[in-house]
Design a protein around this ligand. Sequence first.
Ligand SMILES: Nc1ncnc2c1ncn2[C@@H]1O[C@H](COP(=O)(O)OP(=O)(O)OP(=O)(O)O)[C@@H](O)[C@H]1O
Length: 254
Amino acid sequence: MSDGMTDDATGAADGPHGGTDPVLSLSGVDSGYGEVQVLDDCSVRLDPGEIVCLVGPNGAGKSTVLKTAFGMLSPWTGTVEYHGRDIGGMAPEEIVREGIGYVPQTDNVFGSLTIEENLRMGGVAREGGLDEVIAELYDRFPIVDEKRNAKARTLSGGQRQVLAFARALVMEPDVLLIDEPSAGLAPNTADDVFEDVQAVNDMDTAILMVEQNVTKGLGISDRGYVLDQGTVRFEGAPEELLADDEVSQLYLGG
Ligand SMILES: Nc1ncnc2c1ncn2[C@@H]1O[C@H](COP(=O)(O)OP(=O)(O)OP(=O)(O)O)[C@@H](O)[C@H]1O
């Protein structure tokens, strides 16, 4: 988790959160699919080094926040900023080069390719240093190393999720957007995947994550947002959100 320090060498940043400028922020964003509005004046920020978890009922718009941050949807109004620069409406290929990675909930690896090939595919937009970064990822994630010549479709659900993280990390993003890392996994496997999310965070990658398993998701996070009907209803420290009766009753299943 974050030590709360700014990466601004001057330390002179003066954002609303203790002097830290966000690495990624959505401010007053409306967005949706076709003419169907999902996000409604939605504001979410991610500070350097943080893990932030988006929780809330089905259909609240959590995945839509990630898709809007990653350029799969353009904000209708409001701004999406990365290190203070407006990236709203940029294409995902450009956003990846900027330094934001995205791990979707499903179809996040190529099953017919080997692990190594998946990692190389993740790095097609790199200008150099691909072998070095893949070697580092093998060191960091031994399961990916052990299976490097196996087809990705032979991996278990948890292993596949770790490969999806590693694949996104080939671009050395400083922000990773992760949609429901524990979806469909047995509890023990989910615990391992949450440890891997923390390992990714330890590589100086800030993480904005959607997670249905509220206790575990918030449990590894620095802050959380409760979304409902496309807007933020509550924001706070994980322990505050989990202890709040209203949040718990209305949004977190009691
Ligand atoms: N591709 C799409 N086209 C049209 N509507 C969509 C599309 N994807 C999602 N929606 C709608 O947008 C709304 C928000 O969906 P979103 O996936 O962001 O919710 P969520 O909070 O992540 O919930 P869930 O946990 O159910 O995925 C839902 O009403 C959903 O039906």
